[in-house]
Ligand binder design. Structure first.
Ligand code: ADP
Ligand code: MG
Length: 265
């Protein structure tokens, strides 16, 4: 099982869209894929037609057992989606209360790792969608993941926020002793605007090694897709946005394959 987390402390940068696109494309290639909604807003959950305000059971349930994960519980919380090969562990808005409840609970940062350990034989890929705030949910995602995908909107100011976030991430990873590899992915790129072009150039100058070589372009079909619950891979395969996500998937697969070889090698 390979576990990726998609994270950025900023909202609206394309995290959830990236989770759905990468998950959809992997499922299209015949992989068994689980996408996990770790955002109390539940946008990923809504994408698949579930209402995070009214869901009786969600990923929240995993956090209700004093830091332990009862055998069989993760599997019970997973729902199928309309897309073959793609399953969802949904969020409910109750997740917003987690921060307060989990203070001082032993093992609170390892709930997601422990839950996924139970699902090791059931899925080939797990992709974790994250909330923009850095709290117990993000800590769980960082502890569970093997690779981190960081979407960054190509606009002014995005890079300042990115530096801060990378700094915090490195602090957390050091405390967890989980050295993640990561890929910074420029998103919402519009080559007709100065802001996009300039910030992409600046990203390239600052982050040569960990920056993805292309960018995800603005593709209005994505906005329509989230409203209609359509998986990007099921869109016309020739939209430039879907094509970009295919390239991204191939590159992340290549990066994570060499990282694994190095680890085991
Ligand atoms: P986040 O999860 O980081 O908050 P989302 O994936 O929800 O970001 O994207 C924020 C908004 O931008 C959504 O309305 C989404 O449909 C739209 N969006 C995301 N990526 C693209 C893209 N490449 N082109 C056009 N719209 C996009
Ligand atoms: Mg989101």
């Amino acid at each position: 099982m390979r576990i990726w987390a998609v994270a950025n402390q900023k909202g609206g940068v394309g995290k959830t869209t990236s989770v759905v696109a990468l998950g959809g494309l992997l499922a299209e290639r015949g992989k068994r894929v689980l996408v996990v909604d770790l955002d109390p807003h539940g946008s990923l959950t809504s994408w698949f037609g579930y209402d995070p305000d009214t869901l009786a059971h969600s990923v929240f349930d995993l956090f209700q057992h004093q830091g332990k994960v009862p055998e069989g519980l993760p599997a019970q919380l997973i729902t199928e989606t309309s897309h073959q090969g793609l399953s969802l562990l949904p969020a409910s808005t109750a997740l917003a209360t987690l921060e307060r409840r989990m203070i001082g609970v032993e093992g609170m940062g390892l709930i997601i790792s422990r839950a996924l350990a139970q699902l090791w034989d059931d899925f080939d890929y797990v992709i974790l969608d994250n909330t923009p705030s850095l709290g117990v949910l993000m800590v769980n995602a960082l502890a569970a993941a093997q690779h981190l995908i960081i979407p960054v909107q190509t606009e002014f100011l995005a890079i300042k926020g990115l530096e801060r976030m990378l700094h915090t991430l490195q602090m957390i990873m050091r405390s967890q002793k989980n050295e993640l590899s990561y890929t910074i992915v420029p998103t919402l790129y519009d080559r007709r605007t100065q802001a996009s072009v300039k910030s992409l150039n600046q990203l390239r100058k600052t982050y040569q090694d960990s920056l993805w070589r292309f960018a995800i372009p603005v593709d209005t079909k994505f906005r329509d897709a989230s409203q209609a619950g359509v998986i990007p891979s099921a869109l016309d395969a020739e939209t430039h946005g879907v094509r970009a996500y295919r390239h991204l998937l191939d590159d992340v697969l290549a990066i994570t394959a060499t990282a694994r070889e190095r680890k085991h090698g």
